[in-house]
Write a protein that binds this ligand. Structure first.
Ligand code: ADP
Ligand code: MG
Length: 230
């Protein structure tokens, strides 16, 4: 327990530092974005179309950094949780382009499988739920070093009255001594890992009254996300 408390304190401290840093990055980005817009207008007025194209690229890249920092901020700061009725399909639709982009870079194909006729609503915070799915899909893609299939499966778990989203990969699986630790803050087997993805997923799902568990063998790993139905 003492170890757990120390870990959680460490997590909170790092969270505070991260949130502070993220703001410091965002503010200058906003001013760069503004001035680029001014330069862009000037270039277009002067018909310097090639240069105007460069400005557009810079604006897009800045938006990307800004989104990234935003997500980081979302992950690191103490959260206000806004529980609502959420359509899981809608949430997935909004992040699918991000996932597909990441998958494409790693030679991974994304497949969505629906094992239900209608789509029930769940109780969750849509923005936080996006973070959960993004984290799990990122891990799945990272696990398939030579590419493969990532399946997102939607279904119901009748006896418990839960909506279940399975994130299924065809990676090498997780050895049992590693499996015991994957939800521990800062536990990572990756060179550039933070070890924060899964503990954050777990914490978020707890706040919804949902949960996450995992099954894994040498054929791959499946994370099961259970969400409370409305
Ligand atoms: P990070 O991705 O930064 O390492 P996470 O908390 O997201 O941190 O994951 C912790 C660890 O769990 C990973 O380093 C990896 O060892 C293991 N893991 C998570 N998802 C998978 C997966 N889909 N396949 C294999 N191992 C996984
Ligand atoms: Mg991760």
């Amino acid at each position: 327990l003492e170890k757990q408390v120390r870990r959680n304190n460490r997590l909170a401290t790092i969270g505070q530092i991260a949130a502070g840093t993220a703001h410091e990055i965002r503010n200058p980005l906003t001013s760069i974005k503004g001035f680029l817009q001014v330069i862009g207008h000037k270039l277009r007025e002067n018909n310097q179309l090639k240069e105007h194209g460069y400005i557009e690229i810079m604006q897009r890249e800045i938006s990307r950094i800004s989104n990234l920092v935003g997500e980081f901020l979302l992950l690191s700061k103490p959260r206000d949780v806004h529980l609502r009725t959420v359509n899981v399909c809608q949430v997935l639709k909004e992040i699918l382009p991000l996932i597909k982009n990441e998958a494409l870079l790693h030679n991974v194909t994304v497949n969505i499988e629906r094992r239900l006729s209608s789509l029930p609503m769940v109780i969750a915070d849509g923005e936080l739920l996006k973070q959960v799915f993004l984290n799990l899909c990122k891990n799945a893609i990272e696990a398939m070093r030579d590419g493969g299939l990532l399946t997102i499966r939607l279904g119901l778990q009748e006896p418990e009255n839960k909506f279940v989203v399975d994130i299924v990969d065809a990676g090498p699986g997780i050895p049992s001594h590693v499996l015991e630790q994957i939800f521990d803050p800062f536990f990572t087997t990756k060179e550039n890992g933070t070890g924060l993805g899964l503990p954050i997923c777990k914490q978020i799902l707890n706040e919804f009254g949902g949960r996450i568990d995992v099954t894994s063998d040498e054929m791959g790993t499946t994370f099961h996300v259970h969400l409370p139905l409305v």
